[in-house]
Design a protein around this ligand. Sequence first.
Ligand SMILES: Nc1ncnc2c1ncn2[C@@H]1O[C@H](COP(=O)(O)OP(=O)(O)OP(=O)(O)O)[C@@H](O)[C@H]1O
Length: 276
Amino acid sequence: MQVDSATQASNGAVPEVAPGEPIIHVRDLVVGFGERTILKGLSLDVMRGEILGFVGASGGGKSVLTRTILGLVPKRAGTVAVFGQDLDGLTFEGRRALEQRWGVLFQQGALFSSLSVRQNIQFPMREYLDLSQGLMDELTIAKLEMVGLTADAAEKAPSELSGGMIKRAALARALALDPEILFLDEPTSGLDPIGAGEFDELIATLQQTLGLTVFMVTHDLDSLHTVCDRIAALADGKVVAVGPIDTMLASKHPWVSAYFHGKRARAAGFGSEGAR
Ligand SMILES: Nc1ncnc2c1ncn2[C@@H]1O[C@H](COP(=O)(O)OP(=O)(O)OP(=O)(O)O)[C@@H](O)[C@H]1O
């Protein structure tokens, strides 16, 4: 894929990714903190319109990769390009234009606890757009309905919501700017299996109706099986397997094999006993 920084308009206009080119393109990425190197030459492509599940051992660097793609963590080497734009070559305006095209649901601190749900959802609108209060209020209700919440959730504080409602409200905030890419960090963690299943269905529905590309960090085997088009597995600081679930089940890499054929995978009905 060609990342042509010369085409990156300084006015923030964004060149389109050619059909068949990855929407997120990571090559030879090295990220570390002090003496520790976490990502050791990681490469990964995410294609437009897919739901890519990203798995790996706890502490392996999944959140670090997400945060590096978002430009929140500095890299030591390698390339990160989103929508065909090398993150390194961006002007301030170019960077802001890019940020409006993705939405993020972080694992921790999904919502600002001191703000109402309405204020949370309007936060990115205020940051990036110049809309009247009336229009923002209308959009807020539309986003809440999109994620299966009713309008009366808007005036609630996060502390008044159940865990599942917090995830949905956070998703509504991630959708506030009509993003093309959704980054989800452990979206179903903390939810019971039914709540997690419903959230998975919601993500699949949104992906289809809005044409989203979804990058999802998850440990949830059910999510990986039910909603992900492809899975990428992280081990030893690199992507060691990438492909549909069958690729994961066939992988000989020790971590991937242990994960997809382990006790939890078997309990969920996958793995050595055959994929369901
Ligand atoms: N800002 C930072 N400064 C120092 N170390 C960090 C920083 N951010 C992450 N790390 C370290 O990088 C490693 C990878 O962290 P990361 O949160 O990406 O793991 P993860 O794969 O997402 O884990 P989990 O599945 O448990 O959420 C951890 O050892 C973590 O302590």
